[in-house]
Design a protein around this ligand. Structure first.
Ligand code: 13P
Ligand code: SF4
Length: 326
């Protein structure tokens, strides 16, 4: 029997390109931001043209902090739905816009609030630590929230006599168990994009770049995390690559991160970690936001994140606990 062999994908290497003038669309976005007293908060996974016009580009923790402290009238959030929801919870008097309301998250979807409520009812003594990648309703059922940037610090502060249920990412949860030595029950959720990196795909990449440190997001599976020189949030990837003397790094996270890294560290190169079938790894939800949708939403003031005041109240306490603990 013959087998069809597919060649491994060509690796993609990112370096800073010569800067090009902003497009008319980008100029119009900058003008509208001023006119509407809007701040544009942008996650590291957004496309480069959106990152270029943002007021702040960062990870979930940095974005939550910026959303909480801004005095702009409008927060335009270029990220996914749970991030924009978190901004609204932290600063409810502001108008929060998300260019595409369909920009969800597979991790968030893997933990429906009714299932978590049912599980808690059967296990009423659990202390629920929720990764921020979850809905406001799940946040409202949790004791404290964490992000990939502070998960270890948060879990270390949970009272020692409480049994922890960590939702929804089992991979981040496993990594936190390894870092803290704390046993936790893990909800069986995962990020559809980060689990596409495999031990084999990264081994192939390392053959081409044997001296490049491997930097992985904790949402990757354990056999991939074990190969990494550093496991960290997207924000910490920037400081790790800055302080490490290497000039080339293999980065295991969503491809938008390469734009942030090349802009901040123009003298270094970044190899996008390949999956088993592709040279890079875009999150289909993050990529739903486009420059055109961003422009439309600034012009029309839509789509807007709206939430019941009671839900905002329920979800706020565990987020505030996170901000106090981190
Ligand atoms: P960070 O908080 O590390 O940016 O991660 C967010 C995320 O959605 C990872 O997939
Ligand atoms: Fe969610 Fe994964 Fe996309 Fe992050 S990369 S927003 S965890 S689906």
């Amino acid at each position: 029997m013959t087998e069809t062999l597919t060649a491994p994908p060509q690796l993609q290497i990112f370096q800073l390109q010569d800067s090009v003038a902003l497009t008319e669309q980008q100029e119009e976005i900058l003008r509208l931001k001023k006119e509407k007293n809007a701040i544009l908060l942008c996650h590291n996974y957004q496309v480069d043209p959106i990152q270029q016009v943002a007021d702040y580009v960062g990870d979930s923790l940095g974005l939550a902090r910026k959303a909480a402290e801004t005095d702009a009238e409008v927060i335009v959030f270029c990220g996914v739905h749970f991030m924009a929801e978190t901004a609204k919870i932290l600063n409810p008097s502001k108008t929060v816009l998300l260019p595409d309301l369909g920009a969800g998250c597979s991790l968030s979807d893997s933990c429906p609030a009714d299932q978590l409520a049912a599980y808690k009812e059967k296990n009423p003594n659990l202390y629920v630590v929720a990764y921020v990648n979850c809905s406001a309703a799940v946040k409202g059922l949790s004791d404290v929230i964490c992000t990939s940037g502070n998960a270890v610090k948060i879990v270390e502060q949970v009272p020692a006599d409480r049994e922890i249920l960590f939702v929804p990412d089992q991979n981040l949860g496993q990594w936190v168990i390894g870092q803290t030595g704390r046993t936790m029950q893990l909800w069986p959720g995962s990020c559809y994009a980060h689990v596409l990196f495999t031990k084999e795909s990264i081994e192939r990449c390392r053959l081409e770049f044997p001296h490049a440190p491997v930097v992985a997001h904790p949402e990757c599976i354990d056999s991939v995390r074990e190969m990494a020189d550093e496991v960290c949030s997207t924000e910490k990837m920037v400081s790790y690559c800055q302080s490490n003397p290497a000039d080339t790094f293999i980065i295991l996270t969503e491809t938008g991160m390469m734009h942030r890294l090349t802009r901040e560290l123009p003298e270094k190169s970044f190899v996008a970690g390949p999956t088993g079938h592709c040279a890079c790894n875009d999150c289909r939800y993050m990529k739903m936001n486009t420059l055109s949708k961003l422009l439309d939403c600034l012009q029309s003031g839509n789509p807007e994140i709206s939430m019941e005041a009671s839900l905002i109240e329920q979800a706020k306490a565990p987020i505030q606990r996170m901000l106090e603990w981190s």
